[in-house]
Ligand binder design. Sequence first.
Ligand code: GLN
Length: 468
Amino acid sequence: MIDTLRLTAEEALGLIDSGEVSAAELHAAYTAAAGERNDELHAYLRLVDYDGGAGVPIALKDVISTKGVGTTAGSKILAGYTPVFDSTVAARCREAGLSVIGKTNTDEFAMGSSTENSSYGPSRNPWDPSLVPGGSGGGTAAAVSGGLAPWGLGSDTGGSIKQPSALCGNVGLRPTYGTVSRFGIVAFASSLDQIGPVGKTVRDVALLYSIIAGRDTNDSTTVELPEHVHLPVSESLDGLKIGIPRQMWDLAAIEPGVRASFEAAIEAARGLGAEIGDCDLPLSYDYGMPCYYLIAPAEASSNLARYDGVRYGPRVDAPTYREMVESTRDAGFGDEPKRRIMLGTYALSAGYYDAYYGQAQRVRTLLIREHREALETFDVLATPTSPTVAFPIGERASDPLAMYACDVMTIPSCLAGLPGLNVPSGLSDGLPVGLQLIGRQFGENTLFRAGHALEQALGFDGVPERLR
Ligand code: GLN
């Protein structure tokens, strides 16, 4: 019997290598688990037949183009769209033998923090199905913690890997900007979008990162990694300097249970030999959100211009070209992409460009600088990943600002292009709390080392209590 709730990808690889289990049997086990629980969790939008891969199966967020397999980005405007090519990350997974189990649910065009903006209905949190799994990558996070996949890939623009990983009790990495190809990814905001791994352990996440990372000639923003990925082994944090941004405590919205779990994790780090100190990010928590909500919609308004009914998805016919495009976009996009297209188009319009988009870019430069300064003293920065645990489906769905506030902790380092790792730190009222570790540019190995040591010390059980 394969216990899909507990088996890590590394253990699965061991079973394949020793001949105890075949890749086909593993794929069948996860497909069977999806058969049991996907109706409830709605983690997958689409399951995929076993393709003969000899490795560990994987779940892919539905913004990742897969040759011959539908890819919708959670939007009706891409309903029925089947890519004729693989994205680079999908191709790298296949080359490594990973067979795709299914395409996971996402907020439409990855815009959201709960998956409630998916045109195909929300995903649910395996710890409590009345709650959101976070977003936008809630489908991948729910698949991993619900035992429907050993690991998966998400995309993160302002928190869409880290935040759902926190709310579902997974490990998730948003890599350094430029380390993972976006070729074949449905674009949201190109100066921010990153692809990254989600898994049950830091070692699994490091392993998957090593499979997908590195220069791709099809994405000119990518670079070769300056050093190899090391699978972490050390359980000591001797000499590691961890900085805690003072200003984040001014955010009244950090729940007491989240704060308690965070403080316990920091004490554990101290016990492992880390040096803990306060650092300053004076602008990040005040200006990170407004800056992000100008830059991301501005880039989205440009990226989403291509959905015009000519090339992709369903078309609404009309007498003139202009009316056809208007009615296709009106019918195809949901409220959140429309809101962002309007905001972004306004921010980029002549006469306002410099006051909004230009100003946001200048603020972004200041955020980059203040992160760099903090990381001159400290090896990693630590915050809670999300100010709250998972919240009820429907609670914030009609309040865009409350939804945007989910990402107040994750957005600043995304704007700075820095890597961030979510590691589960414990439970608050029976629900997972995530610790966010932010590293230097290309500092993934340090994040893996710190995350692994803390994971061992904290001993978090990632299987949802109701499924144990
Ligand atoms: N929740 C944020 C937003 O809605 C971030 C989403 C993401 O990282 N894709 O833009």
